[in-house]
Ligand binder design. Structure first.
Ligand code: NAD
Length: 440
């Protein structure tokens, strides 16, 4: 039997643009209808997605639901609850010289056809949460799942067309050649999540068409631990945040920054926390994931020698297992401190005190997240005032991104633009300025 020829990227974009021009995607009813269908997909086919996430990343079903499927449902529900209000025109005060009868306001309008390029580490959430914003804003959308999570990519390519308006939503699967071909097309916005090297490729391609971009990138997110902190609580929260998805989380605490005495006192707490969460042998824990592929396994294995092992260190290439590992006595110049780790290795770096910690952070790229474990007001305020990061989390890693009305995004090398909740509407819409001066 003849297979139908796959649609070329130019034809996909032209087809979606034709739909957009009809005005079909603009009414609130179309937008909320699509969001409800997406919700149906997640509730009816959640187990298909969870199975794919297990195949790609060894994610447990609990983790798949918590961090990907239910996460996206919450984003959908929050958007459905507030969309009407977010789309309302916002009045602006008018200066006196225009007369008392003049009025002004801003009004959001959709951009057109947008492209969402997703990575492999949370391949459902990081593809669908931007799609929620794109559809809520009334756009047509092309999505490109990551080829490095092939099972999830295949399920999304099968399910999205079954649930959503195929004249307005298209899935393009593939890797570098397919993405390169897509990037040659003109979009009205490109939303890219992944690494900074490809982020630059995306931005260069977008520049050809003057297309605005959101770049959701990564980097080394520090966790500063103050002398006053309760170290068993700190270790427990850091271990949960760091080793979720085997450390393959863009906002995972990348390294611990603290003074030498606190570092020494933290070591046994980390050992206890890892054992409490994953047992004496984490390779047998159903709650602990695996590394995405051999390339990343080899890269991470090479970083294990960057310090003294406090806990963990075991690896198995056949199953792509790397134990939750904490390293002490880590030299800031060592390999593990030269790149984003993006895996289950937590180095502890020591500095004499707060001044040096702040210098350490500000000497490096602005991180996607910065975590502070201290109840000391002076410490908290100084770090907030003297450092810059995409987000600042006091006392709890990762959780800020579950607060729907906080913008999620980076700054500097960790990215540009933001999304989630109403911030997604700002990203995927144009806010048009309107002035009305009656003719009478
Ligand atoms: P990846 O390899 O899956 O790449 C992301 C996307 O880029 C994929 O869809 C891929 O097909 C595409 N791509 C790869 N090479 C390309 C090329 N040469 N031209 C065009 N497109 C190309 O994922 P990754 O980059 O390894 O993801 C990990 C990085 O992403 C980490 O740095 C992490 O911190 C960051 N990240 C950021 C966020 C965030 O929300 N800020 C979330 C997750 C991951």
């Amino acid at each position: 039997m003849n297979q139908p020829t796959p649609e070329q990227p130019a034809d996909t974009v032209a087809r979606l643009r034709a739909t957009f021009r009809t005005g079909r995607t603009k009414p609130l009813a179309w937008r909320t209808g699509q969001l409800r269908r997406l919700r149906d997909l997640l509730t009816e086919r959640g187990d298909d997605l969870a199975a794919a996430l297990h195949a790609d990343l060894g994610k447990s079903s609990t983790e798949a639901y918590r961090t990907e499927i239910d996460f996206t449902i919450r984003e959908l529900d929050h958007t459905l609850d507030h969309l009407d209000e977010w789309l309302r025109p916002e009045p602006a005060p008018v200066p006196a010289h225009l007369g008392a009868d003049a009025t002004a306001w801003t009004q959001v309008e959709p951009l057109g056809v947008v492209l969402v390029i997703a990575p492999w580490n949370y391949p459902v959430q990081l593809l669908l949460a931007p799609v929620v914003g794109a559809l809520a804003s009334g756009n047509a959308v092309v999505v490109k799942p990551s080829e490095l999570a092939p099972a999830t990519s295949a399920v999304l390519a099968r399910l999205l067309p079954a649930y959503l308006d195929t004249d307005a939503v298209a899935v393009v699967e593939g890797g570098v050649p397919e993405t390169t071909a897509l990037l040659a097309e003109r979009f009205d916005h490109i939303f890219y999540t992944g690494n900074g090297v490809v982020g630059r490729i995306v931005m260069r391609a977008a520049a050809e068409h003057l297309t605005p971009v959101s770049l959701e990138l990564g980097g080394k997110s520090p966790a500063f631990v103050g002398r006053d902190a309760d170290l068993s609580v700190v270790a427990d929260r850091l271990v949960r945040g760091k080793f979720l998805n085997a450390g393959q989380t863009c906002v995972a605490p990348d390294y611990v920054l603290t003074d030498p005495e606190t570092a020494a006192a933290l070591e046994p707490e980390f050992t206890k926390a890892v054992e409490a969460l994953f047992g004496a042998d984490p390779s047998t824990s159903g709650a602990y994931g695996r590394i995405i592929n051999e390339r990343h396994f080899d890269r991470l294995s090479g970083l294990l020698g960057s310090g003294r092992t406090v806990v963990g260190g075991a690896t198995d290439r056949a199953t792509k297992y790397i134990a939750p590992t904490v390293l002490a006595d880590v030299d800031p110049a060592s390999p593990v401190m030269r790149e984003e780790i993006f895996g289950p290795i937590l180095p502890i770096v020591t500095v004499p005190g707060l001044d040096e910690a702040i210098d350490f952070i500000t000497d490096r790229d602005k991180p996607l997240a910065l975590y502070v474990f201290s109840d000391d007001r002076g410490t908290r305020e100084r770090i907030a005032a003297e450092t810059s990061s995409g987000a600042l989390g006091y006392g709890l890693p990762l959780a800020h991104l579950t607060v729907s009305d906080l913008p999620f995004g980076g700054v500097g090398e960790s990215g540009m633009g933001s999304y989630h909740g109403r911030w997604s509407i700002e990203t995927f819409s144009h806010r048009k300025a309107v002035l009305d001066k009656p003719l009478g």
